[in-house]
Ligand binder design. Structure first.
Ligand SMILES: *[C@@H]1O[C@H](CO)[C@@H](O)[C@H](O)[C@H]1NC(C)=O
Ligand SMILES: *[C@@H]1O[C@H](CO)[C@@H](O)[C@H](O)[C@H]1NC(C)=O
Ligand SMILES: *[C@@H]1O[C@H](CO)[C@@H](O)[C@H](O)[C@H]1NC(C)=O
Ligand SMILES: *[C@@H]1O[C@H](CO)[C@@H](O)[C@H](O)[C@H]1NC(C)=O
Ligand SMILES: *[C@@H]1O[C@H](CO)[C@@H](O)[C@H](O)[C@H]1NC(C)=O
Length: 525
């Protein structure tokens, strides 16, 4: 990855390029613009139909890869020559018709996509009736339906989306709000996760629930208690959770004085060995339908000790450092939410922009990582509009400062993520991302340029000019949108729809949609 530049999410090619000033109007059928916009989709669809199902562009933001399990890399370095089971070819074909053969109809009328989807679902049901499908194939059929539904939502319009009484995502904060909404509803309909029983707390099945790494423990604990998305039957699961806590390994297993990682390394390796010996699921996909979650800085490096975990599994990480091989199409960037006393009581909410008299605010130690020293060198006690401190003066409240500030500076520390991003959004302060090689949380769904400011590290000396050159109108827009998407960064007990817990699940679900798992051995069924 090239070093200091705007984070990953701004540079990926989008299928639907939405600039935030001109969100694409629902296209008039047959307009040239629409035809041009949809051309990549048509090409992608033909690719699927004629060259086989391995590469398949469907995602609503970037060009994600559909990885079939035959293309997944074996730990030893070789590629597993998966016998493409003939059954799997049968089962794709009804879907293929829908996706590709009728593309010409789709281009001339968006609603044809919906009709053709209904038709496809009839065909799939017939196909199911004709043949005894394995459980895995049924799950994969369901995922295929979800992919089709999301693509249709992206192309045309669907009436049923506005009926969501909790929340209807809309606005340029989303790369494509309808596709996201559809995908979210499909997740609620289908997603089932299996959690392996193996392992004992505190290293397994729990995690820290307080402080800046609380996202890790919060998610693990909530998922362990979840009855909606978690199944006790692994045959019904599309995803398998490796319920270990990197933070607790660093706390209880790491030997501080000799700096040896050996014990942590063995813990993770042994765990994966146990589950892959005892159950067929890890070997079946080489880990591609398994996921881990870590907020600790060491999450990425620890995953390295199990090559398939590192290369194939979905890794949900706070430390989404693309220079450390965070792969946005496979891995998930999760927010680092600080829970000082285990929850967000009294921390969400802030005054309107008119009551924010400070231009920019930051407080934090200067010895954390490479970026903070640069910020402090240029701005600590240099300018009364720039409240940049290592130590807050006595009696000054950190959160109160965030509520009085227009912009909250969020430099990376020891890891690329910063808890300040969540704190800024919670308090209605516009986040200013100061990082490099960082994939911002949920940037598969959210367009961060619509509600935050990104300043490359080399422009830190120029920070004040950059912030003051943002017009009041633009500022008000950024601030309002930040408040609107705040729910995605809020932690609830128990979780609520569209909150952080569900957004993490959704991003993991999206990555699962990029993989198709083939049965290795049909005789075994
Ligand atoms: C993991 O993926 C990288 C990049 O594709 C590859 O170079 C490496 O050999 C893979 N490692 C293993 C253990 O498969
Ligand atoms: C495609 O659509 C046309 C017109 O709606 C229909 O006649 C044709 O059978 C469809 N083709 C396939 C392969 O479903
Ligand atoms: C799609 O949107 C157009 C205008 O925005 C509307 O007239 C039409 O009824 C919608 N179609 C469906 C199926 O919702
Ligand atoms: C999975 O693969 C490993 C290594 O090849 C093997 O030792 C293990 O027995 C396999 N697990 C199952 C359930 O077959
Ligand atoms: C991201 O990873 C690179 C490569 O390991 C490292 O040099 C850099 O310091 C990391 N960034 C942060 C903020 O930790």
């Amino acid at each position: 990855m090239e070093g200091n530049q705007a984070p990953e999410f701004t540079e990926t090619a989008h299928l639907t390029t939405e600039t935030e000033t001109s969100p694409p109007a629902p296209p008039a059928p047959l307009s040239i613009k629409f035809l041009l916009a949809i051309t990549p989709l048509i090409l992608a669809s033909f690719y699927v139909s004629f060259l086989g199902p391995t590469v398949f562009v469907w995602d609503f933001k970037s060009s994600l890869l559909l990885r079939s399990s035959s293309s997944i890399v074996q730990g030893g370095g070789g590629v597993r020559v998966a016998p493409p089971p003939s059954a799997s070819v049968d089962f794709v074909s009804p879907v293929k018709k829908d996706v590709s053969a009728n593309v010409s109809t789709v281009t001339s009328s968006p609603s044809a996509a919906i009709e053709s989807r209904e038709k496809a679902s009839v065909e799939i049901n017939e196909a199911i009736a004709l043949r005894r499908y394995t459980k895995l194939e049924r799950l994969e059929l369901g995922l295929q339906m979800a992919r089709t539904a999301i693509r249709d939502a992206k192309r045309g319009n669907q009436t049923d989306l506005t009926e969501d009484k909790d929340y209807v995502p809309t606005g340029p904060m989303y790369w494509h709000h309808k596709a996201f909404h559809r995908s979210y509803l499909e997740m609620e309909k289908q997603l089932r996760i299996y959690i392996y029983d193996e392992g004992e707390p505190p290293l397994f099945h729990t995690g820290p629930c307080q402080g800046i790494l609380a996202t890790e423990g919060y998610f693990i604990n909530q998922l362990e208690m979840d009855t909606r998305f978690v199944t006790r039957d692994p045959e019904k699961a599309q995803l398998f959770f490796l319920s270990f806590s990197v933070t607790y390994m660093a706390r209880y297993v790491y030997v501080r004085d000799n700096h040896h990682w050996r014990a942590m390394k063995h813990t993770i390796r042994d765990y994966v060995r146990v589950i892959s010996d005892k159950y067929p699921y890890w070997n079946r996909s080489l880990g591609a339908d398994h996921f881990m979650l870590a907020c600790h800085d060491w999450g990425p490096k620890l995953s390295l000790w199990v090559p398939n975990l590192y290369n194939n599994s979905i890794r949900a990480l706070c430390n989404a450092n693309t220079s450390e091989r965070f792969i946005p199409s496979k891995d998930v960037s999760i927010p680092e939410i600080n829970l000082p006393s285990g929850d967000l009581k009294g921390l969400v909410g802030g005054p309107p922009p008119s009551e924010r008299e400070i231009l920019a605010f930051f407080a934090g130690g200067g010895d954390h990582g490479p970026i903070r020293p640069i910020l402090l060198k240029h701005w600590e006690n240099k300018d009364k509009d720039m409240e940049v401190h290592q130590y807050l003066p006595k009696g000054v409240d950190y959160y109160q400062m965030m509520r009085r500030a227009k912009f909250c500076l969020c430099p990376s520390g020891y890891e690329v993520a910063s808890p300040r991003v969540g704190e800024a959004l919670h308090t209605g302060c516009v986040p200013v991302l100061l990082s490099s090689a960082y994939t911002a949380p949920f940037s598969d769904v959210l367009n961060w340029n619509a509600f935050s400011v990104t300043v490359p590290v080399e422009d830190i000396p120029n920070l004040k000019n950059i912030l003051t050159s943002i017009s009041t109108k633009r500022y008000l827009t950024l601030q309002r949108r930040g408040v609107q998407i705040r729910r995605h960064f809020v932690v609830n007990f128990p979780p609520k729809r569209y909150d952080m817990y569900h957004m993490i699940l959704h991003s993991i679900w999206l990555r699962r949609l990029n993989v198709r798992i083939n049965e290795e051995d049909h005789q075994a069924e």
